[in-house]
Ligand binder design. Structure first.
Ligand code: PLP
Length: 285
């Protein structure tokens, strides 16, 4: 007999991604994003990384047998409502995720086809990227490439709104069910949404996103959270966009490099600015 009082439960969301010890990207960003949407996050880690605000310095993939065990163990609890797939590191990890998506085809999956970090570190090997393109793309409800990833997936040049639209169309022809091509790094930042029928262009952040870290991770996990809450894909994408924009606006530096987003800004609403500045410890004598 369980004596605990049962509260109304929050949807459980799974992230399958890399671990960023500096907290700005990967599973750390995803779990904070889920929490900020009143969802409960669980994480299967595909790789450890070493990084800080100044960039990624090393990647250590997790063994695919360990990843498979982790996914099966989490799944056995029977509560997962949505999944976000981010950095995969290796082809063998991408294959494990493919098996997982196949045996859970009803689970809405958001695929962020992470190729490399903004600092230039490879986050998925070449064979893994081909596997993602040929097998994972069609298994996700939505895929969210930036312009570089869209170009690598489609072999098209993607450098303006027209070519982003062409890439979105080609990705759907290649099997994607829906696509958001993120143009945050373009001169005129615009995102393109295409679900096979509706093609929509919406203006992205006016803030220059190049100086932020983990924007793509946060966007895809916010889409997954909105899907887990029962929202339609289009609404989920629009709400995720608004969330990322606000988390960018409320960002604060945690080091001399790029700014992580403020994933938990909703918790801090109403807090005095002094409460948010770093504590200055009194020396202990
Ligand atoms: N580290 C991990 C674990 C990631 O998943 C990613 C992006 O997906 C990054 C680092 C790089 O993030 P950014 O390019 O925003 O710095």
């Amino acid at each position: 007999m369980n004596h605990f009082h049962h509260n109304a439960s929050l949807p459980v969301i799974l992230t399958v991604a890399g671990f960023d010890p500096s907290g700005g990207a990967g599973t750390a960003a995803d779990l904070k994003t889920f929490a900020s949407h009143n969802c409960y996050g669980v994480a299967a880690i595909t790789a450890l990384t070493t990084q800080n605000t100044q960039g990624v310095s090393a990647v250590e993939p997790v063994k695919s047998t360990m990843l498979r065990d982790c996914l099966e163990t989490l799944l056995a609890d029977g509560q997962i409502r949505a999944v976000k797939v981010g950095m995969l590191a290796t082809r063998s990890n991408a294959e494990v995720v493919c098996e997982f998506l196949d045996s859970n085809a009803a689970l809405p999956a958001v695929l962020d086809p992470v190729l490399r970090s903004s600092s230039g570190m490879e986050l998925l090997d070449a064979a893994g990227f081909e596997f993602l393109r040929d097998h994972l793309l069609e298994r996700a409800l939505v895929v969210t490439p930036n312009t570089e990833e869209a170009a690598a997936l489609t072999s098209l040049k993607v450098e303006n709104v027209e070519s982003m639209k062409a890439a979105a169309r080609k990705l759907v022809e290649m099997g994607a069910r829906a696509v958001v091509v993120k143009g945050g790094h373009l001169e005129k930042p615009v995102d393109v949404y295409f679900d096979g029928t509706e093609l929509e262009t919406f203006s992205a952040d006016r803030v220059k996103t190049d100086n932020f870290h983990g924007t793509g991770c946060t966007f895809s996990s916010a889409i997954a959270a909105n899907l887990a809450l029962g929202r339609h894909l289009h609404d989920s994408v629009m709400l995720a966009k608004a969330y990322v924009t606000e988390a960018i606006r409320k960002a604060y530096p945690t080091g001399p490099g790029r700014l992580p987003l403020n994933h938990l800004f909703r918790m801090q609403q109403g807090a005095r600015s002094a409460d948010l500045s770093p504590a200055v410890a009194e020396p202990v004598h």
